[in-house]
Design a protein around this ligand. Structure first.
Ligand code: HAM
Length: 466
């Protein structure tokens, strides 16, 4: 007998069911509308790429690349080697297999490995280079919507498959006005979706001229307090001292507060860029807080970094992160290019909107067709088609029901109206439209029915989004 297994969504992944999926669609649709009003256009890139693309851009030493990527062999021959090893001998222990797999992965060049994308900036830059987009006029303003994958410890607001809506500007200019406009676009969106209990943090982490000197100074200072730091920070002193500033450990906070700040060590060009960015934000009436510890967890950033936190999310309260990445295109083999962008964590943005309780009115079921008697069926099918063509959401039950049951179901489904079609209605060429909220009934011909529902739609949210 085969065992009966109850399948469940994999840990860290989840199903988004109605009615939440309507909220998601609305959020994504609003993002597209706002981004397109700023002249951004959508780019769709594959969900997996060469592992080395992420290793090189996000950084080998980052948590994302060093421990969170879902990586698998690119070629069947490697898969077969692993499988052969697994099947060899009398059922080798799982631990042995794990070791073998690990060894194979370690000895396989990154170029033969693929990873599910942990983020999309690297993919956008790869596509920009691959398609020679630098030759197109002006800046390339691109946005994307889709799932990302990181093997993190799941908790509220943190998933292994999560979703981002992101935007990137790639081109010849690094004018601070671009940074400010990208941030403005983000805030216009947050305002439109009612995500207003948020804080914007900005920082500049310098460029390849000034940052290395600051990092060395930071490292020296950190070495002096090495003994008072936790294991993660101690390791980072050597691998990536900037990340120590990101630490949330309570016992490290006092020490971090005394460390040298990058704002005192920016080169003239970076200092000027940051000052101009702040002018540009002020010009747009954007409220922000400077946060010298905002270094971000990806290696490609230069100069501007920013993050938005929202209420109602607990510890995972960053709803958006972004920054400038001049030099990334060159690092990946493209021509000199400047870049800036951000990604919103859709899961968290939606959670925060839900916790805020300020939910939009979403389209629901407009008309439930309650038909009685065999002769009414062809009329019901035809009118359902007409109403749907006119943009209304219509439920037409395939099986006939008793009148009372029919209205009961219409109510449970949250329909605004029941359209009653009985033999009398068919004979007289009229329909009875019952508003379920107050049971008001009207007898209407087909054209009157359409006009009536249209006028209701104008005053209300009746009807699907076009
Ligand atoms: P990030 O800060 O790694 O940046 O991610 C951006 C946002 O994605 C976070 O602020 C958070 O809302 C969401 N997020 C990240 N990990 C998870 C997770 N495990 N579960 C749920 N949400 C998550 C980037 O990804 C950069 N590519 C952003 C960027 C674009 N920078 C420049 N351009």
């Amino acid at each position: 007998m085969t065992e009966r297994k109850q399948f469940r969504a994999i840990r860290g992944t989840r199903d988004i069911l109605p009615p939440d999926s309507s909220l998601w669609n609305w959020f994504e649709r609003t993002s597209r509308d706002v981004f397109e009003s700023f002249n951004f256009r959508e780019i769709r890139t594959p969900i997996f790429e060469d592992t080395s693309l992420f290793a090189r851009s996000v950084g080998e030493e980052t948590d994302i690349v060093s421990k969170e990527m879902y990586t698998f062999p690119a070629s069947m021959s490697l898969v077969e080697q692993v499988q052969a090893a697994q099947n060899a001998g009398p059922n080798p222990a799982k631990r042995e297999f794990g070791k073998l797999e690990h060894e194979l992965f370690e000895s396989t060049p990154d170029s033969q490995l693929l990873s599910l994308r942990p983020e999309a900036t690297a993919s956008v830059v790869r596509a920009y280079i691959e398609h020679g987009m630098h030759a197109l006029p002006g800046n390339q303003k691109l946005y994307y919507v889709g799932p990302m994958f990181r093997r993190e410890r799941p908790q509220k607001g943190r998933y292994r498959q999560f979703y981002q809506i992101g935007a990137e500007v790639l081109g010849p200019s690094d004018a601070p006005g671009i940074d400010a406009e990208v941030i403005e676009m983000l805030l216009v969106l947050f305002n439109r979706v009612g995500l207003t209990r948020t804080t914007l943090y900005v920082n500049s982490i310098g460029c390849k001229e000034c940052r290395p000197k600051y990092v060395e100074l930071l490292r020296e200072e950190l070495r002096k307090v090495n003994d008072r730091l936790g294991a993660d920070s101690q390791r980072r002193i050597e691998t990536n001292p900037l990340r120590v500033l990101d630490s949330k450990l309570p016992e490290e906070q006092e020490i971090i507060a005394t460390l040298p700040r990058i704002s005192d060590h920016l080169c003239d060009a970076c200092r000027e860029h940051f000052a101009k960015l702040k002018d540009e934000l002020n010009l747009r009436g954007i409220v922000y807080q400077e946060n010298w510890r905002l270094v971000r967890g990806l290696d490609y950033y230069t100069r501007t970094t920013f993050e938005v936190t929202a209420e109602g999310l607990g510890s995972q309260n960053a709803v958006c992160g972004g920054g400038r990445y001049d030099g990334l295109v060159e690092l990946l083999g493209g021509p000199p290019t400047k870049g800036i962008g951000f990604a919103i964590g859709t899961d968290r943005a939606i959670l925060s909107i839900q916790e805020g309780g300020n939910l939009p009115k979403l389209p629901g079921l407009d008309v439930f067709v309650a038909r009685m008697g065999v002769t009414s069926y062809p009329t019901a099918v035809k009118i359902a088609r007409k109403l749907r063509d006119a943009g209304f959401a219509v439920e037409l039950p395939a099986e006939e029901m008793k009148f009372k049951k029919s209205l009961g179901l219409a109510d449970k489904l949250g329909a605004r109206y029941a359209l009653i079609i009985g033999e009398d209605e068919v004979a007289s060429g009229t329909f009875t439209l019952k508003r379920l909220a107050d049971s008001e009934q009207k007898k209407l011909t087909e054209s009157e029915l359409l006009i009536h529902l249209e006028s209701e739609r104008k005053g209300e949210t009746l009807g699907r989004y076009a």
